[in-house]
Design a protein around this ligand. Structure first.
Ligand SMILES: CC(C)=CCC/C(C)=C/CC/C(C)=C/COP(=O)(O)OP(=O)(O)O
Length: 289
């Protein structure tokens, strides 16, 4: 009996409250909440009405759920073979077919919900979700592993502003900053798991660069995203934006340095810079579209 078969067999013995908890954990709750909250914050910044904001939020939520469940279901065999702990399917807490079914239901719901935001908004969001599925099914283990993140996060401001009446496109700097932050999110998210992933045969861009290379590269897209947001809009740079640029620079550079002592420092630095960038974007209010 293979490792996945073992996980599948023991999963059938788990009672439904345990299975429900396993299913909830298998969706990657952290990224699901973070990306949905980011989309809602952008929607508030863009001035969406409460009804449109709720619609866009639920569309992004279903898309993220589908991506998260697909990721754990597809990786279940590899995770079980590698003896990876904390993965509900590989741990035998929930059957892999339940996770695939949840991913399919979430994806099916995501299509009409996205299109209800507007045809263009829906198509942009569905393209981002498709890119994330492609990451799960193919690109994660290739040198192009960063591309779906850049597409997904670059598309998010467009999916939001296109939901506004008149479907305006976002300003270029919000798309560029989103794509750069998506690239950074991939590096930061993968960094703590590089050695474990390499042992399992995964060769995405961060695994090819190695832990040191990834840690050194991480500040580059973070700083570039902040610079684009500060310098992109026409007109002089105000004192608040300049202060954010300096603080983001310090956080982006400090993360990799402290990474020698605390392995999540680079990720914490990346999250700090992303939060500062979001605050900068929202403080500008109408600059999103
Ligand atoms: C707006 C939008 C659609 C953005 C989506 C961008 C994107 C590509 C998200 C992937 C999220 C995800 C499930 C990561 C798990 O990665 P992993 O398999 O490397 O981590 P793991 O081994 O811990 O599961």
């Amino acid at each position: 009996m293979g490792a996945t078969d073992g996980a599948r067999t023991s999963a059938t013995a788990v009672r439904w409250p345990g299975r429900a908890a396993g299913l909830a954990l298998a969706c990657h709750p952290g990224p699901v909440v973070a990306v949905t909250a980011l989309a809602c914050a952008l929607a508030v910044g863009a001035g969406l009405s409460p009804a449109r904001l709720a619609l866009a939020g639920v569309a992004v939520l279903t898309g993220q759920l589908s991506v998260g469940w697909c990721n754990d279901a597809f990786d279940a065999g590899r995770d079980a073979r590698a003896g990876r702990r904390g993965k509900p399917v590989a741990d035998g807490v929930v059957p892999v077919r339940s996770v695939w079914a949840a991913a399919a239901v979430a994806l099916v719901l995501c299509v009409p919900l996205s299109l209800a935001c507007g045809v263009l908004a829906g198509m942009v969001h569905l393209a981002a979700v498709a890119a994330a599925w492609l990451y799960n099914l193919r690109l994660k283990a290739t040198a192009l592993s960063w591309v779906p993140y850049a597409i997904g996060f670059g598309a998010l401001p467009a999916a939001v502003t296109l939901t506004l009446p008149g479907a305006p496109w976002p300003r270029w700097w919000t798309v560029a900053a989103g794509a750069l932050l998506g690239f950074a999110a991939h590096l930061g998210d993968t960094l703590p798991d590089i050695e474990e992933d390499r042992a399992a045969g995964i060769r995405g861009l961060p695994h090819r660069l190695g832990s040191t290379g990834t840690r050194l590269l991480l500040p580059v897209p973070l700083l570039a995203a902040t610079a684009v947001l500060v310098l992109g809009p026409p007109g002089p740079v105000d004192a608040r934006s300049a202060a954010v640029l300096v603080l983001a620079g310090a956080a982006a550079l400090l993360g990799p340095v402290l990474g020698r002592w605390w392995h999540k420092a680079a990720l914490a630095g990346a999250v700090t810079v992303a939060a500062a960038d979001l605050a900068l974007l929202l403080a500008r209010g109408t600059a999103l579209s």
